[in-house]
Design a protein around this ligand. Structure first.
Ligand SMILES: [Fe+2]
Length: 278
């Protein structure tokens, strides 16, 4: 087994304004663990999907104290049935959101059961939820619709309870000056009708709401491409690479985030690369 590869690359972004004196803390963003996936050709050395996810967590455990994350934001396509037998090895708190691989009611229930402190609104089961950590509001949207559709939907018969859009509007206008929003399927930056993204009109609605309410950052997964980012108004939006596999043999890894003086600083940490590119 190769030693875990930890390579920081220059993806450091800053919010354009200081909005609040929130406490300094770190969190990480992990996309598409695909825990049920078998060893992937070219990166067999890192084991199965769940092995690669747990290795990602081990990398965080080995970080110096000042970098250790308070929690992981997990951006969907979790495969909760494959993670469940090894959930005891998840040593860092996780806040997850459903992916299109969690598009059935049964998988949603299983995902909620792994993270029982989350997935509630007004104490009732919900596929979307929020929490406040050290003064920052984290808003977990559910944009994976029924049937495993690769195009995202904020309204779907499988998403419980109805009313998510009104709930998101309320959350993004809540009192905390610093907010972070995350979901599995990325909004389309220009509001176009495009595969693998949030539907055209949901994207336009979301982008306008972000422009108005100015959260610190938004994070999405689903694409399995090297991490990229862009801005919507003052908000930095990230499309985060998978920690399990990526197209075109791009390395696997996660995003490390530090909130300090009301700003967000990020860097990528790579945890593996394909044999052909090593
Ligand atoms: Fe996905």
């Amino acid at each position: 087994m190769r030693t875990v590869l930890i390579v920081s690359i220059a993806v450091t972004m800053f919010a354009s304004v200081t909005l609040s004196a929130a406490e300094t803390f770190c969190f990480t963003v992990v996309a598409d663990p695909h825990c049920a996936d078998a060893a992937t050709k070219g990166i067999e050395a890192y084991g199965s999907g769940v092995d690669r996810f747990l290795k990602t967590i081990k990398t965080m455990e080995a970080m110096p104290a000042e970098d250790k994350p308070d929690f992981i934001v997990l951006l969907g396509d979790v495969h909760p049935d494959a993670l469940k037998p090894r959930i005891a090895e998840v040593t860092i708190p996780v806040h997850a959101t459903p992916g299109n691989h969690e598009s059935s009611a049964a998988k949603r229930v299983l995902l909620r059961s792994l993270f029982p402190a989350d997935f509630k609104v007004n104490e009732k089961p919900s596929d979307y939820y929020s929490f406040v950590h050290k003064g920052v509001r984290f808003i977990a949207m559910c944009d994976a619709g029924a049937g495993g559709d690769h195009i995202g939907h904020l309204c779907s018969e499988v998403t419980e309870p109805p009313g998510q859009c009104e709930w998101i509007e309320g959350e993004l206008r809540a009192m905390e000056p610093l907010k972070v929003v995350f979901a599995h399927i990325p909004a389309e930056p220009d509001g176009q009708d495009r595969d693998m993204h949030l539907s055209r009109n949901d994207s336009r609605w979301f982008n306008a709401l972000v422009k108005e309410t100015q959260p610190l950052a938004a994070f999405f997964g689903h694409l399995h491409h090297p991490t990229s980012s862009y801005t919507v108004g003052r908000t930095q939006v990230f499309q985060v690479r998978s920690c399990c596999w990526n197209f075109e043999k791009a390395p696997i890894g996660f995003l490390h985030c530090r909130v300090k003086d009301g700003e967000l600083r990020t860097r990528e940490i790579l945890t593996g690369e394909y044999a052909e590119t090593r």
